[in-house]
Design a protein around this ligand. Structure first.
Ligand code: ATP
Ligand code: MN
Length: 290
């Protein structure tokens, strides 16, 4: 396995190539680079450290090359990556410069899984990537319909691509929904809460994709352990968002309080033993080797 060193000439060349390639993709997909401000954003997404991380991930086989921009949000950029065997992956890069430090802190402080991290903007972006990976892993291992987490390093998470040929599956906000979708999502929430021990904390019609008849929940950066002091508050908000959307679409829903009680039933007493803590989580660094 090759690791990039600061003074490695071949590495330096590869880094520049990576940088140029990323620039080409962004230009082609017309995401940015239209003006000086957007140019700045590009340099922030692909700062030197992030380039090294991408290079490292590529060397570990997480992906072979980036092939397009999927989404350009305030918090993160999502790229379409391709592995050497042709498999598509989603590469999510958390932005370092424009991270909303205070808002992010709310979703970290009090989560027993994450006690140690650097409290600067890169530290928080990196924690966010680690947190999304860990959240996805707990949910995926519990059998919930979420993208399979594949690798993480620094501020970058690589996960299963939900969609076809670089085109992400539509989100439910863009599609008609049925009672069946509601039931699938409720079942997913139950698995995520009771077996994954996670509260999504940012659930909405914008964070659920519909792919091959299945409702897939994603965007787990802000998700928290059910032990987080605000876990119940976040869960209530998730339920309210979910119900509001389906009611607007004329699908009958389970009353907020009834659904809350149904999700929480049986979990409270066994919480202590089951929730993974920071110490258990150390082994996850190995998960970056794919
Ligand atoms: P936002 O701020 O808009 O919520 P975000 O920066 O938090 O976005 P996500 O919501 O995780 O990032 O992803 C943004 C978009 O990227 C999604 O709407 C979806 O279209 C696409 N996307 C994310 N993850 C995947 C994936 N695993 N497979 C395919 N597409 C994905
Ligand atoms: Mn999102």
């Amino acid at each position: 396995m090759k690791h990039l060193r600061e003074r490695d000439e071949a590495g330096e060349f590869a880094l520049q190539k990576f940088h140029r390639r990323a620039e080409q993709i962004d230009k082609r997909d017309r995401v940015i680079l239209k003006n000086e401000e957007e140019r700045q954003v590009f340099e922030e997404v692909f700062d030197r450290r992030t380039l090294m991380i991408l290079y490292d991930l590529a060397n570990r086989g997480a992906f072979s090359y980036l092939n397009g921009v999927i989404s350009s949000g305030k918090e993160a950029r999502v790229y379409w990556g391709v592995k050497t065997d042709g498999t598509d992956v989603a590469v999510k890069i958390y932005l370092v410069a424009s991270s909303d430090y205070k808002k992010r802190m709310q979703y970290v402080v009090g989560d027993p899984r994450f006690n140690r991290f650097r409290r600067d903007s890169r530290g928080v972006a990196e924690l966010w990537a680690r947190k999304e990976f860990t959240n996805l892993k707990q949910c995926f291992d519990a059998g919930a319909p979420v993208p399979k987490p594949l690798a993480f390093l620094g501020n970058v998470v690589v996960m299963e691509f939900i969609g076809k040929e670089g085109l992400p599956a539509p989100r439910i906000v863009e599609r008609e929904v049925t009672k069946g979708d509601y039931q699938q999502i409720v079942k997913a929430l139950k698995t995520i809460y009771q077996k994954g021990m996670i509260v999504h904390a940012d659930l909405s019609e914008y964070n659920v994709m519909k792919f091959e008849g299945k409702d897939i929940l994603f965007d787990f950066g802000s998700a928290v352990s059910i032990e987080h002091p605000q876990a119940e508050e976040f869960l209530k908000r998730d339920i309210a968002n979910l119900n509001r959307f389906f009611q607007k679409r004329n699908v009958s829903t389970i009353e907020d309080n009834v659904l809350l009680a149904r999700l929480q039933r049986g979990v409270r007493n066994s919480k202590e033993k089951q929730v993974p803590r920071d110490e258990d989580e150390i082994q996850l660094t190995n998960a970056t080797d794919v």
